[in-house]
Design a protein around this ligand. Structure first.
Ligand code: ZN
Length: 106
């Protein structure tokens, strides 16, 4: 069954559409604002083969391992020590956060 919209309702619907449209545009603008930041980080991670300091984002690709802790690298910028093998996973988790199993709301 379809109902014919009366003139009074057209105004209400128009206002509603404009409000919805404005919110939608605002949402898209916010998303576009955030995206280049993420994209730049992703590009940098590719360039550095995911070897970025988790604390200050300094490239750690050419950094020597800590002599008395094999597999560990120390950031020359902030002094953060991290396991070289874990860096890609750490960044992937940061870029694409996954909800812990069982916590989805639907
Ligand atoms: Zn650092």
């Amino acid at each position: 069954m379809t109902e014919i919209v009366t003139l009074g309702n057209v105004d209400t619907m128009l206002m509603f559409s404009i409000t919805c449209g404005a919110f939608f545009v605002l949402l898209v603008v916010c998303m576009l604002w955030q995206e280049p930041k993420r994209w730049r980080l992703r590009k940098r991670l590719d360039e550095e083969e995911w070897m970025l300091c988790p604390k200050c984002e300094q490239g750690l690709r050419g950094i020597e391992e800590v002599p008395d802790a094999p597999g560990m690298v120390r950031c020359p910028e902030c002094g953060e020590a991290c396991e070289r093998a874990h860096l890609p996973d750490l960044w992937k988790e940061r870029l694409y956060p996954k909800l812990p199993p069982g916590s989805e709301e639907s």
